[in-house]
Design a protein around this ligand. Structure first.
Ligand SMILES: Cc1cc2nc3c(=O)[nH]c(=O)nc-3n(C[C@H](O)[C@H](O)[C@H](O)COP(=O)(O)OP(=O)(O)OC[C@H]3O[C@@H](n4cnc5c(N)ncnc54)[C@H](O)[C@@H]3O)c2cc1C
Length: 451
């Protein structure tokens, strides 16, 4: 039984699957379980020998980064990536495409060119996780067994929670949203230009769920205001930020900083207003208060940020949190330090799917992929997880064309600036240059397991 298995530390010999993993661990070179596992790109001589089969559900940033790292740490590991998506999108570039800074080609890559050589790629979605049986089942019904599993499925964009929302209509009637992909980001830029040419009423929304890059809705707001100013239509425009929460950003010092800036810029904020319905043809958005009071707001331009949750396959599985703050979204129940599943020790999580406080950014993957790969390699070698993740999250917050804030923080919401000469609460041209020129190469290096 899974829960019996889960009660035992990795390497315990109480159940057959554990015994198999323990056997796999016997093939490990003992020194490799120690400090060599912690190193980035461990030298070939220190690689742990294993015959373990690792299935990685999700072949995007988190999944591919961990695959590269596992290959560097483990000699003989068999890796199967499961994901139907063939195009790889550099999502942090969506805000730049949607505000006219980047051409769309810069956010389009191919997954097959990014995955490590020698992995098997099953081009299907996982439809079900069966952690008790150490297997996943794909959409076509293919059953794939594993010794170890890494869940890297990212989030599900839950547009369906907004009555009347039609993703296909993005770009028409002032309806925008950068989230569905490069096409939506391009359509958003077209709609933003049309709006900026005339001016009018803009509504920028924020749902109440955990978000990937919680700064993105704020960046879109700063940039819309900048585009109106540059087009000379600011005077006849009103930009309103409608937050379903009591604030606009989860880290208080950043929240206060942004609100002070918006006050100076004339951007109005309404809190506890959740977007629940939209009438695209009439250009009217409906917001609902926590008390259930509904109010209709007409708009000329609206930016819709969908509520986010775990994909169904994770949400409906035994891998999801069963209670506590992450249960409603169905997020993966991992230990926030080791990123090992709390009940299934042969399962790890990386990236946006993890049910941890904060930590849904590409920058999080940069710091957590080495933790996941290192701890998984340790478990394969019959050891306990050795590495601890601090929740590092980073958000380069564009404030206008040519300027940005570089905000970095941890699980506790403490600012953790990594560049001593950058004040995280002061916008700068350097942070802007980082955002538009340096962070994509850094992302590509994370993908390849190089940093
Ligand atoms: C608009 C926007 C702006 C952003 N800006 C920044 C930024 O400035 N800085 C920053 O650091 N981060 C930013 N991010 C966040 C960053 O892109 C994500 O945190 C990062 O992509 C997470 O990687 P991931 O691998 O966990 O998830 P994703 O990259 O989302 O990949 C998940 C993968 O899992 C697959 N999948 C889903 N369900 C299944 C299933 N059932 N079976 C198999 N596969 C499945 C999907 O097809 C996808 O390929 C931004 C994101 C957005 C949307």
């Amino acid at each position: 039984m899974a829960h019996d298995e889960a009660k035992h530390v990795p390497g315990s010999a109480s159940t057959a699957p554990i015994r198999r993993r323990q056997w796999l661990g016997l093939a490990a070179a003992a020194p490799a379980a120690g400090s060599a596992l912690l190193a980035t790109g461990a030298p070939a001589a220190a690689r742990t020998k294993t015959q373990a089969h690792v299935v990685i559900a999700g072949s995007s940033l988190g999944g591919i980064a961990v695959a590269h790292r596992l290959q560097a740490l483990l000699d003989g590991v068999k890796i199967t990536l499961v994901d139907a998506k063939e195009e790889h999108n550099y999502q942090p570039g969506y805000t730049l495409v949607a505000t006219g800074v980047w051409p769309v080609a810069k956010v389009r890559e191919r997954n097959d060119e990014l995955q490590p050589a020698g992995v098997r790629w099953v081009k299907e979605m996982v439809a079900g996780f069966e952690p008790e049986a150490n297997a996943v089942v794909t959409a076509s019904g293919q059953r794939i067994g594993y010794d170890f599993l890494v869940v890297a499925t990212g989030v599900h964009l839950d547009f369906a929670q907004i009555e009347g929302m039609d993703v296909q209509a993005i770009g028409r009637e002032g309806l925008t949203s950068i989230y569905p992909g490069p096409q939506a980001a391009t359509a958003t830029w077209e709609a933003m230009q049309a709006f900026a040419a005339k001016g009018g009423q803009a509504l920028m929304t924020l749902p109440a769920t955990p978000l990937k890059c919680a700064g993105a809705p704020l960046k879109m707001t700063f940039m819309l205001r900048d585009r109106l100013a540059r087009a000379g239509t600011l005077e006849r425009s009103k930009v309103q930020f409608m937050s379903a929460l009591g604030n606009v950003f989860g880290v208080k010092v950043v929240n206060d900083n942004v609100l002070a800036r918006w006050k100076d810029l004339g951007i109005q904020v309404e809190t506890t207003h959740k977007l629940t319905a939209i009438d695209i043809g009439r250009r009217v958005a409906t917001f609902t208060s926590p008390e259930g009071e509904r109010s209709e707001r007409p708009y000329d331009f609206v930016h819709v940020v969908p509520p986010m949750r775990a994909p169904d396959a994770v949400k409906k599985s035994a891998l999801a949190w069963q209670d506590g703050p992450f249960a409603a979204g169905g997020w993966l129940e991992v230990d926030k330090g080791t990123l090992q599943h709390r009940r299934f020790p042969n399962v790890f999580g990386v990236g946006d799917i993890n049910g941890t406080p904060r930590g849904k950014t590409a920058a999080t993957v940069k710091k957590s992929a080495p933790v996941v790969a290192g701890n998984l390699a340790a478990v394969i070698a019959g050891q306990s997880p050795l590495l601890d993740f601090d929740g590092y999250t980073s958000c380069p917050m564009i404030t206008r064309e040519g300027s940005a804030l570089l905000i970095e923080f941890d699980y506790e919401g403490r600012l953790t600036p990594s560049l001593p000469f950058i004040d995280p609460l002061q916008d700068s041209w350097f942070a802007w240059l980082m955002k538009i020129g340096m962070l994509k190469p850094a992302y590509m290096a994370v993908l390849k397991g190089r940093v």
